[in-house]
Unconditional design. Structure first.
Length: 221
């Protein structure tokens, strides 16, 4: 692990002049960090997961507030606090984190210079549709505890897919891209190189191959 700050001074006033596209994409990166930790092993109930669910709900709620009221100081404050919590390793206690989506996006960014948070927004739903079957109970819990989806009459598979659909709908609601084309990536020429150079992690539910990463990139195009 690299150097980490001992103290973070969080002042939302400094974010007021940022373009909203940057604020929203940065906030989604916070949500991404939380999800990448949440879907890591083990899946047993623990305090870190309970805290993570609360932070994810807060990020979602305050992103919606900020979209309607861009100068809302309280929402910006909550998002900064959530980002600190998502980054300071507290949520990782007792977890084996995955961060496969980040590994893919880092390489995509190296080849295309795309915005990090926006790239993650495109990757996450596609990635999760590839791996959810190997982590059904966790994805079903994500749907119920983060997106408040009623499980009545739904199978675990239906709940898992409903949670991923809710994430995808939220991404669209926030004005974030849902395909690489929407980000201005005009061809797939670099995708094989991106896939081949991506660090393959142990996998939160399923360890991907480089070929599967290529398939994910193509589906996200």
């Amino acid at each position: 692990m690299g150097a980490q700050a001992d103290i973070a001074m969080l002042d939302p006033a400094y974010t007021m002049s940022l373009p909203m596209t940057q604020v929203i994409s940065g906030a989604f990166d916070t949500l991404s960090h939380c999800m990448e930790t949440y879907f890591g092993k083990p899946e047993e109930n623990n305090l870190s997961d309970d805290m993570n669910e609360a932070i994810m709900r807060s990020v979602i709620r305050n992103m919606r507030v900020l979209l309607d009221d861009p100068q809302n100081y309280e929402a910006r404050s909550e998002l900064m606090w959530a980002s600190a919590m998502g980054e300071n390793s507290i949520l990782k206690i007792g977890k084996i984190t995955d961060f496969q989506a980040h590994q893919i996006e880092h390489q995509l960014g190296a080849y295309t210079d795309c915005n990090h948070g926006r790239g993650l927004a495109v990757i996450h739903p596609v990635l999760y549709r590839h791996i959810y079957k190997e982590g059904l109970s966790r994805f079903a819990r994500f749907a119920a505890h983060v997106w408040d989806i009623d499980s009545s009459g739904k199978s675990e598979t239906e709940m898992a897919l409903a949670g991923i659909d809710a994430l995808a709908a939220f991404i669209k609601e926030m004005g974030l891209p849902t395909t690489f084309r929407e980000m201005g990536i005009t061809d797939t020429q670099c995708f094989q190189a991106v896939a081949d150079s991506t660090n393959v992690t142990a996998g939160c539910c399923k360890k991907l191959s480089h070929e599967e990463i290529y398939q994910i990139l193509m589906e996200a195009f």
